[in-house]
Design a protein around this ligand. Structure first.
Ligand code: ZN
Length: 476
């Protein structure tokens, strides 16, 4: 390591000086190194030059120091002049350290609500004409006229208390740095180091997916990402059960060594009621999509559940509460109990063939899709689309309510193929086209390491759970 070499050099150097040998000019840059070396000298002197290693504070350097000592141990006490020289060197290094520290210390000022940089300059007692000079420098500094509350400016003062340097987080990955030089201000961008670290997580659902996610160290946002990936195959509102499991390999983003935000899921497995689903991310031309390990898109022509599960499942406990309402008569659809106002999505792309109100269905919307498929959505509190309108998959078409023949806020959802009611949670949907051969090669190269890591994680977990863990899911 660089530090260790430096330490050795410093030590040998000081000892040489103590013996009156003056080697080439050498600057000690770290006061700590010097102080440590002086401690060792003192110990070495106390030992009277015996050919033994001093009891070093840092054991990892002992061996190398022993070597140095073998070569360069002082045979007699250094002259008092040499000792003074060492002390002066240490003092100088400490002073340099202090200067370096000051240069890296920023006086931080958070932008208040409605506050402008002008206001901050006045508050700090900085020159307003200087501010105008800064703003006129370039496009980046011009953006300082629109600063966001909560952003943090860093300031450094000169000897007279004026502004010497200023920094502002202009982007997620860059600082705008303004230096006030002899000939006025100068602006630069300073890249901030973003690191993507690969992490692993696994969990077993006991009461809710969110709680299982939390127990696995995942944010709610990450749990949502997981549900989004598998939401094409799994109805996260109705079909999640205690004992369901997940495994994932994902990224965390660090900036300047500090945790910044969640990154993307790279690969994940979800075991739902014994059925296993696996997905891996594939980035092509900057777009990322999730695929099965065989290269079929996870994305399907229809959503399994046409509403956002986070509105419903955050407190969902399958042991206590079942979201399906009691059925009083023959029933052609699925009822999702959900809070009034929960957005409802078009399950697939299509055309609105009815957007209307009557006393049975309340506010309702019917959508015609390709392949003679029609989806129906009843009891909205409010509709968000008009008759004849084209809709995209996932587009909000209305909001959960309890209009018409309804006893509680819920969405009644029907799925018809050629006019026949089918169960939208189990109806076989057309399979998406796999990647073509060329893409498949690139996909496999990208996916393999993540799929391997995922499978190692799963095997390790299976191994750990072997031996009668009640929570283990057999997979069959
Ligand atoms: Zn119903």
């Amino acid at each position: 390591m660089k530090n260790r070499t430096l330490l050795n050099k410093a030590f040998v150097d000081i000892i040489d000086r103590a013996r009156g040998i003056h080697p080439s000019k050498f600057r000690i840059t770290r006061a700590r190194v010097a102080a440590f070396a002086v401690t060792l000298i003192a110990v070495g002197l106390a030992l009277g030059g015996r050919q033994e290693a001093p009891p070093a504070e840092n054991t990892t350097t002992t061996a190398e120091l022993t070597q140095s000592l073998d070569i360069a141990l002082p045979s007699r006490e250094p002259a008092p002049a040499a000792r003074a020289e060492v002390e002066a060197l240490v003092a100088k290094a400490e002073e340099e350290d202090a200067v370096a520290t000051a240069l890296n210390t920023w006086e931080e000022v958070a932008v208040g609500n409605g506050q402008t940089l002008d206001g901050i300059f006045r508050e700090q007692g900085y020159s307003i004409p200087l501010l105008h000079q800064i703003l006129a420098l370039n496009g980046d500094t011009k953006r300082l006229t629109k600063i966001r509350p909560g952003d943090v400016f860093g300031f450094q003062r000169d000897a007279d208390g004026g502004l010497a340097r200023m920094r502002y987080p202009i982007d997620e990955d860059a600082y705008l740095l303004v230096d006030i030089g002899e000939d006025g201000p100068r602006a630069d961008r300073l890249a901030r180091q973003l690191n993507h670290e690969v992490q692993e997580a696994e969990g077993t659902i006991e009461s809710s997916l969110f709680l299982a996610g939390k127990a696995a160290g995942l944010s709610d946002n990450m749990v949502m990402k997981l549900a989004e990936i598998f939401g094409w195959d799994i109805d996260f509102i109705l079909d999640i059960r205690a004992g369901d499991r997940f495994f994932m390999v994902y990224e965390k983003v660090y900036r300047d060594g500090e945790y910044l935000r969640d990154g993307d899921i790279l690969a994940a497995t979800f075991v739902n009621q014994g059925e296993r689903f696996e997905a891996v991310r594939y980035v092509e031309d900057g777009d990322s999509e999730y695929y099965t390990p065989e290269g079929r898109p996870m994305r399907k022509a229809f959503l399994r559940a046409p509403l956002n599960f986070s509105y419903i499942s955050s407190n969902f406990n399958p042991k206590r509460f079942h979201p399906i309402l009691k059925r009083v008569k023959a029933h052609n659809g699925i009822d999702y109990r959900a809070p009034t106002g929960t957005p409802v999505y078009a399950a697939g792309a299509g055309k609105v063939v009815r957007s209307d109100y009557n006393r049975f269905n309340g506010h309702h919307v019917f959508i015609q899709h390709s392949g003679s498929i029609v989806t129906k959505y009843l009891h909205f509190t409010k509709r968000a689309v008009n008759n004849g309108q084209r809709v995209k998959q996932g587009q909000v078409i209305g909001y959960v309510g309890s209009t018409g023949m309804s006893q509680a806020p819920h969405l009644h959802y029907e799925f018809l193929v050629n006019g026949v009611h089918r169960n939208p949670r189990t109806v076989p949907l057309p399979k998406a086209e796999p990647l073509d051969e060329q893409q498949l090669i690139a996909f496999q190269a990208q996916a393999a390491p993540y799929l391997n890591q995922l499978s190692r994680l799963e095997s390790a977990s299976m191994y750990a759970h072997r031996g009668g863990d009640a929570e283990m899911v057999s997979g069959e």
